[in-house]
Design a protein around this ligand. Structure first.
Ligand SMILES: Nc1ncnc2c1ncn2[C@@H]1O[C@H](COP(=O)(O)OP(=O)(O)O)[C@@H](O)[C@H]1O
Ligand SMILES: [Mg+2]
Length: 235
């Protein structure tokens, strides 16, 4: 396992959100996390990334207990996080945004190489190298947010609702990029509203309801009657 979450209880201050959460991710997997609004999906990602109050349980990343580490230590260990709402720096250019992503190194040659890799994956970002974040479309901002995370050369990528607000065509494109990133040996934990597509690209899926894992399974989870009726609109 690249990541094992065991019996995790987490929230914000006194507000408990997650209880007894168990999630595992293998190094070559895409794992999806779906569930209703407010179920605690984003909180799971934040808890891995050191942004919540953790009351109990543990988070093990490559045999190391990371439960108490801060975000910059986590980035150095190979975990990158793309928050919900594609938060790019709007008054910085594409290039500057990507450079911000590389804060863990001073090595100019390495930064250049990483940027080249990101441009190869997202050619549109190369075209817009000197454009400001605010001038990008929603899809381009999402690609920039993902590109920035990739500058850190992650072994585990945490993605929160990458398709939110994007057209079906762009959603498809973003999902294809996620498959490509995973094929290049990055494990992915993706939170999605778009349950159908998330299940399709994921090796395994967890359903979170009210702060707890309600259901888990492989791709055949689409045939689960409960999943069909609640998350796939009865199809
Ligand atoms: N920063 C925060 N401080 C306090 N409560 C929060 C914070 N972020 C989220 N919550 C609460 O935690 C619960 C789970 O939220 P979240 O993890 O964002 O759900 P989801 O991503 O599944 O929609 C909700 O009740 C939400 O209001
Ligand atoms: Mg959320």
């Amino acid at each position: 396992m690249i990541l094992s979450i065991k019996d995790l209880a987490a929230g914000y201050g006194k507000f408990r959100v997650l209880e007894d959460v168990d999630i595992t991710i293998k190094p070559d997997e895409i794992v999806a996390l779906i569930g209703p609004n407010g179920a605690g999906k984003s909180t799971v990602l934040k808890s891995i990334f050191g942004l919540t109050t953790n009351y109990g349980g543990k988070i093990i990343y490559r045999d190391k207990n990371i439960t108490k580490l801060n975000t910059s230590e986590l980035v150095r260990l190979g975990i990158s996080y793309v928050p919900q709402g594609r938060q790019v720096f709007s008054s910085l250019t594409v290039k500057e945004n990507l450079e911000m992503g590389a804060f863990i190194t001073d090595d100019k040659v390495l930064i250049k190489k990483k940027m080249k890799d990101v441009f190869a994956k997202f050619p549109v970002l190369k075209e817009k190298t000197n454009q400001y974040g605010f001038a990008l479309s929603g899809g381009q901002q999402q690609m920039l947010a993902m590109g920035r995370a990739l500058m850190q050369d992650p072994q585990l990528l945490l993605l929160d609702e990458p398709s939110l607000g994007l057209s079906p065509k762009l959603t498809k494109e973003i999902f294809q990029k996620i498959i490509d990133i995973n094929k290049e040996r990055t494990a992915v934990l993706i939170v999605e509203q778009n349950a159908k597509q998330a299940i399709k690209i994921a090796h395994r899926t967890y359903v979170l309801e009210d702060g707890k894992v309600a259901l888990t399974g492989g791709k055949n989870i689409v045939n689960n009657p409960k999943i069909k009726s609640i998350y796939l609109g009865g199809r």
